[in-house]
Design a protein around this ligand. Structure first.
Ligand SMILES: Cc1cc2nc3c(=O)[nH]c(=O)nc-3n(C[C@H](O)[C@H](O)[C@H](O)COP(=O)(O)OP(=O)(O)OC[C@H]3O[C@@H](n4cnc5c(N)ncnc54)[C@H](O)[C@@H]3O)c2cc1C
Length: 519
């Protein structure tokens, strides 16, 4: 068994940024299940939020973040996020990320629910790609960082309640390997592939949440999942995100009758929070009997569109759609997980030696809904804190367990008729029953079906079977959490409980071995 000071699972911004910080303090291994750049990060378009302009301040960024989180942000985590933002942006600049500039100053754009322009971007709408390329080149160039591509992490190794390593499947040879470490950092990204319609690439199957849950880590806020309002929908064309920044720059939404409709749903119109816009679109599609709405940017200057959104402009043009003259057909799509592995302000989970960073983690900054472009920032701010924490050499690197947690209850699955389990069936179930608009009946049905599927799972042997098992576990956590929360708040909307309730100003935390059973 090989030994490392730090093992990081995942090679998106979270994994790479921490690897580059750790490399001066010990040996680092990155395990990643695809090629190094297969990740959500590469697809990020809009940018990174940070209060760096003269008309902005961490306090204003704090207020906007808290407002988007609908009562469930952890104010201290948000304070850390917004106050440490500028320093972390400076780190990225030092690492060579080429942010766009205007007259020598970093260019900033506005996105929904931000009070001022504060989104840094690179290559126009290629922010994630520029970050991924810059960081992966730096990681590859470092002799202190070993990178194993096509290695799937399958189990977190624990002894005496302390993490000592990870088991992984070498996807090329099919052999199982074990690696030892002092600190294990989960940087496995999101869970978007649980849904039929998603902006997330293939890797986003929730592996980190499932691995951590099985290890006894606490999983929090799984009912809060963000649906992005605008993904390109054209027959035969892969789903493609149309960034929020397009609406920020003046894009408007129209129904299939050509009418603008967002003011019906929010005084903020197209720049309302994502959940409001997504539900507005769903309602409008229902009312007009259409399977899409349109994003209209034809009134904006063509040269600005092609310069500011080169990826979107080019992608659409390559598929026969000139956005400067034609409407863009769009639908909402599964996008971002606010919930995940619960961490404290130092990225520590309740399991000693186990840290979580990036989309897999839930640090408390997003609450019930993420403010656009806060996720890349969260990775940097809390990723840096993980490094600082491990360097302190404290023997007890773990968060205090939550006092009040749920366990998954046993479900009677004898009545479930359709028990065909495959990825497509799971994605349809989650989209239909745990999607943008939920109800108790549909959530019960989903939870029962997922519980029946859990019983059917054969021991996993390859990447698809491991991922399927992980998706069933994560899907169940989402459905159960959404069922427990009998109210609507942020990204979680229940048609049977359409209002927010003060009684629910609290979090739902699951732990495998818990003190209290689910009601
Ligand atoms: C289309 C799109 C646009 C977005 N735009 C923005 C934006 O403008 N601004 C913003 O702030 N956020 C944006 N986001 C969200 C943001 O990109 C992600 O939250 C962020 O990149 C997550 O980074 P990460 O490193 O945590 O995860 P990822 O970048 O997804 O990396 C996860 C890594 O873990 C690996 N992995 C997973 N499971 C395993 C396993 N079992 N074994 C080994 N390796 C594993 C994957 O292969 C991958 O390398 C966007 C997301 C998408 C999908």
């Amino acid at each position: 068994m090989k030994n490392y000071d730090y093992i990081i699972i995942g090679s998106g911004i979270a994994g790479l940024y921490d690897a580059l910080l750790f490399k001066d303090h010990g040996s680092v291994l990155i395990i990643t299940k695809g090629s190094i750049d297969e990740c959500n990060t590469k697809h990020a378009q809009g940018g990174i939020a940070a209060a760096i302009s003269s008309i902005d301040s961490p306090e204003l960024h704090f207020k906007d973040t808290i407002a988007a989180g609908a009562g469930l942000c952890d104010p201290e985590a948000v304070r850390i996020l917004t106050e440490e933002a500028a320093d972390r942006i400076a780190d990225l600049v030092k690492l060579g990320v080429p942010f766009d500039t205007v007259n020598g100053e970093i260019a900033l754009t506005k996105e929904a629910a931000h009070s001022v322009p504060r989104i840094l971007h690179a290559g126009g709408d290629a922010t994630g790609e520029r970050i991924e390329v810059t960081l992966s080149n730096a990681a590859r160039a470092s002799r202190a960082i070993t990178i194993f591509e096509y290695f799937l992490a399958t189990e977190i190794l624990v002894k005496n309640n302390k993490v000592y390593g990870v088991a992984a499947l070498d996807l090329r040879s099919g052999t199982r390997e074990e690696f030892n470490c002092r600190n294990l950092i989960l940087a496995t990204g999101g869970v978007g592939r649980l849904f039929k319609i998603t902006t997330n690439p293939d890797i986003a199957t929730g592996d980190g949440v499932a691995l951590a849950y099985r290890t006894g880590a606490e999983i929090i806020d799984m009912e809060f999942f963000q649906f992005h309002p605008t993904a390109l929908r054209m027959p035969g064309v892969p789903l493609f995100l149309i960034s929020e920044a397009v609406r920020g720059e003046g894009g408007v939404l129209r129904n299939v009758r050509g009418e603008r409709f967002m003011k019906k749903y929010s005084p903020q119109g197209e720049l309302a929070p994502r959940d409001v816009v997504a539900r507005g679109i769903v309602a409008e599609m229902k009312e007009t009997g259409a399977n899409r709405v349109f994003l209209d940017v034809t009134h904006l200057p063509a040269r600005i569109l092609s310069a500011r959104f080169p990826q979107i402009y080019r992608f659409c043009l390559d598929h026969g759609l000139d956005i400067t003259t034609s409407l863009i057909p769009v639908v909402p799509a599964a996008h971002y997980s606010m919930g995940g592995v619960k961490t404290n302000y130092w990225g520590e989970t309740n399991v000693e030696g186990l840290f979580a960073s990036g989309e897999v983690a839930s640090t408390g900054v997003h609450g019930a809904n993420r403010l656009a472009s806060n996720s890349l920032l969260e990775v940097l701010v809390f990723g840096k804190r993980i490094v600082e924490r491990t360097l302190r050499g404290n023997a007890h690197l773990k968060a205090t367990p939550s006092p009040d947690v749920y366990t998954l209850k046993k479900r009677d699955t004898s009545d479930i008729n359709d028990t065909t389990l495959n990825v497509t069936a799971l994605q349809s179930l989650l989209w239909d029953n745990v999607g943008i608009v939920r109800s108790g009946k549909e959530l019960e049905e989903a939870a029962d079906t997922l519980a029946a599927w859990e019983k059917q799972l054969e021991p996993a042997t390859d990447r698809p079977s491991y991922e399927l098992a992980n998706m069933v576990t994560v899907g169940r956590l989402m459905a159960e959490a959404a069922l427990i929360r009998e109210e609507s708040r942020g990204a979680h909307y229940r048609s049977d409980f359409p209002n927010a309730s003060n009684a629910w100003l609290k979090h739902i935390v699951f732990r495998k071995k818990a003190a209290k059973s689910q009601k």
